[in-house]
Design a protein around this ligand. Structure first.
Ligand code: G6P
Length: 478
């Protein structure tokens, strides 16, 4: 098998397997956020990507796609149940998102997580070039850095954590907390979204492992009386702003946005775009919105809420319960407040291509991002990027990582329903001049700090450590 100087390891491959009308399978680039973010970074690098092909028991040889080598990792139905739905999305996901849903601690899930993380590490070890770089992505693979270091001490390892890292008092609940920290510390660079995430990580290390930390670094004992320096700091992820701006100028997409507006027919279009996840605060948003209708501050003929909730993790019980609850609320609100002509909430439990999302962003006067906890939230950045005429208002949860950079949004605490209601009304009634002032500041931020810059700054730190190690090895040999 050919090898690569840069290997990305993520739970999912950046492609989905689709079957044509003739039953022939082929691969299509998948629309997810992580993929979009890394697509840019990988484009010119001739790299490899190790990940799961999206279906149980799929056995496929490594193959070329868009100039990169894709290396599928096989997951059995039991792996998916215990490693993916279980430990990743039934334990770590809720624990790291401030226990919005109750995490479940099951020893059999942990065993599967260890087993599958080892498998990903082995696949990466096989494909990385001598002295190359391996970049591990996200919470499903926190043990990969340590396993990989054991297999391939010659490679330099980066790990980026796309979701929040919780406060010590929460992280401490995890029965395998020390193993997870040691797993992550197998990396040379551990990256987080927010300054606070990196702080939480360092605090957990001091409390649980007693390793010294200083500004952005941790001193990890190597077992032979020496220490190894690990960088642990924040690198806020972003979007391919240029690509979104280009789409927003596409005449077909502009025409689509106009047609959507005309069909909706209200003065104001409010928009929510989320994976159907309990972290996104969709319930809180719907509550605020339905109370505004009940209070008579909004009417269905004056404003429509378009809520895109793309299907997510349907095998996990908390997601099934959330879906039931949201769909009941939408039906109730529409039953109570829609008319024959106007629909209060247009709810779409579907995923859409990027072009349609941009048309929706262009059509929306107010974008509602009310996550209860979110690593970053790229939807907020996408909305801002396409609003080239500096109109539109972003209502943004202070609990989303994006709030650190987009302070000119209308920031809300989504738990405060009255505050959220007032903020939605303020957004709807905001004068054009204020909209422009806020949007301009936010657009500058997103354009100056796009995903390419994110990837470059992370990989620059990895590369600096790689060079340092190479120089040291040379000096030791001299
Ligand atoms: C979040 C996570 C990603 C994950 C994505 C979709 O953005 O940070 O790691 O891939 O959600 O979730 P899924 O479980 O469908 O991969």
């Amino acid at each position: 098998m050919s090898r690569a100087d840069l290997v990305v390891v993520a739970n999912r491959l950046p492609v989905d397997r689709v079957e044509g009308p003739d039953g022939e399978p082929s691969w299509r680039r998948s629309p997810g956020g992580l993929v979009t973010a890394l697509e840019q970074v990988m484009q010119n690098l001739d790299g490899a990507w190790v990940g799961w092909g999206g279906k149980a028991d799929l056995e496929v040889d490594p193959f070329e796609f868009d100039g990169n080598l894709l290396v599928p990792v096989k997951l059995s139905p039991a792996d998916l149940q215990d490693y993916y739905e279980g430990f990743s999305n039934g334990t770590i996901w809720p624990l790291y998102h401030d226990v919005i849903a109750a995490p479940v601690y099951k020893r059999s899930w942990w065993d599967a997580y260890v087993r599958v993380n080892r498998r990903f590490a082995e696949a990466a070890a096989e494909v990385a070039n001598e002295g190359g770089v391996v970049w591990v992505q996200d919470y499903q693979l926190q043990l990969v850095p340590k396993f990989l270091r054991e297999l391939r001490p010659d490679v330099t390892i980066g790990y980026f954590h796309h979701i929040p890292f919780p406060a010590y008092a929460l992280f401490a609940q995890l029965p395998w907390r020390k193993q997870v920290l040691e797993g992550l510390l197998g990396a040379d660079v551990v990256g987080f979204q927010r300054l606070a995430d990196a702080g939480n990580f360092q605090r957990s290390i001091r409390r649980l492992l007693s390793y010294p930390t200083k500004s952005d670094t941790v001193q990890v004992p190597d077992g032979e009386g020496e220490t190894r320096l690990v960088i642990a700091k924040h690198y806020p992820i972003s979007i391919d702003a240029e690509q979104f701006i280009a789409l927003s100028k596409d005449p077909a997409i502009i025409a689509r946005a106009k047609a959507l507006r005309e069909q909706v027919g209200t003065d104001t279009l409010l928009l929510g775009v989320d994976r159907l996840d309990y972290t996104k605060g969709i319930r809180h948003r719907l509550k605020a919105h339905s109370e505004l209708l009940a209070d008579g501050r909004l009417t269905a003929s004056a404003a429509t809420l378009v809520q895109v909730a793309s299907p997510s993790r349907p095998g996990v019980e908390a997601y099934q319960d959330l879906r039931d609850e949201i769909e009941k609320t939408v039906a109730r609100t529409n039953g109570d407040y829609s008319s024959v002509e106007y629909t209060a909430i247009r709810y779409l439990h579907q995923g859409f291509p990027r072009e349609e999302m941009v048309a929706l962003y262009l059509a929306a006067d107010v974008m509602l991002v009310t996550a209860l906890r979110d690593g970053m939230n790229l939807v907020a950045k996408e909305y801002v990027a396409v609003r080239a005429d500096n109109t539109g208002v972003l209502v943004l949860s202070e609990f989303a990582g994006a709030a650190d950079e987009l302070g000119s949004a209308l920031l809300v605490n989504p738990h405060d329903i009255d505050g959220t209601k007032d903020t939605i009304m303020r957004a709807i009634n905001m004068p054009k001049a204020e909209q422009a002032r806020r949007m301009k500041t936010m657009r500058k931020k997103v354009m100056d700090h796009d995903v390419e810059k994110w990837g470059r700054s992370f990989l620059a730190d990895v590369d600096a450590l790689r060079k340092e190690r190479a120089d040291k090895a040379e000096a030791d040999n001299a």
